[in-house]
Design a protein around this ligand. Sequence first.
Ligand code: DON
Length: 307
Amino acid sequence: MDELKQWVNEIHLELSTRADKGRVADYIPQLAKVSSDKFGIAVAPVNGPVITAGDADESFSIQSISKLFTLTLALGQIGDRLWERVDREPSGNAFNSIVQLEQEQGKPRNPFVNAGAIAVTDVILGGHRPKEAIGEILRFVRFLANDDAINIDRLVAESEQAHGDRNMALAHFMRSFGVVRHPAAEVLGVYFHQCAIAMTCRQLAQSGLFLANNGRNPATGFNVVSPRRARRINALMMTCGHYDGAGDFAFRVGLPGKSGVGGGILAIVPNKAVIAVWSPGLDASGNSLLGTAALEMLAQRTGWSVF
Ligand code: DON
């Protein structure tokens, strides 16, 4: 454990001085206000206290990492019927691409590209009002992280809503195929709020523990999902969690991971730990540049790659 703490500190120190930190997302104007100097790492072992370095206790916008939580929630609601609405293949395209939707009858490639996540949110909306669905997602995230001090950044949600034409187009397009069933504005209202959930690296690492521990959160003892479902969610994170950068992430880090344009990445080390990193500067695929480098270095030192 002491060795792990030392590695986390060393990696944080070494990467903090890097000149190229990537580009902070600006298509959601509120995200562009975050300093590219922020950098946090948290490691939650399945059987020990959380280890942190840097800005690991500062909240940031989890953005697409929320898609992991809504996927888990939707699978809990309708099980394998979800796969009638969303596929399970890597897209090889950008996270907000529309190009495959027409060719594939409105069925998104996977639950992590924006189109797929919007279809998943449509499932969660079910018979609820949008406000209730947002509340349900937030309560689920608090339950997973075992921390009630998790909230939604309304300014980020409004900022994305005001610039959400691309997502609006995806939702309308899928609705024309019957893949999205609620009014597009309602589905996106929920989607923008789930993406605007703000969490710290520590909270994120804790929220992923059930995936590192065969479906059972070791901190709370709750069986969140079955071992088989945990394995499958991890497989989807490995193949689709970084969009068209998923291959490179598997090559360099070798762990199931989910990124967000807020600069966070949640990575699962099966049977060992969860790692959450945050650095707002992104690479060309929209994944955290330093965050990926930190995970690569940590996976190398620990030997935690699943390969
Ligand atoms: O829908 C969007 O574009 C954002 N709310 C989330 C995108 C995202 O985080 C992509 N991940 N790297």
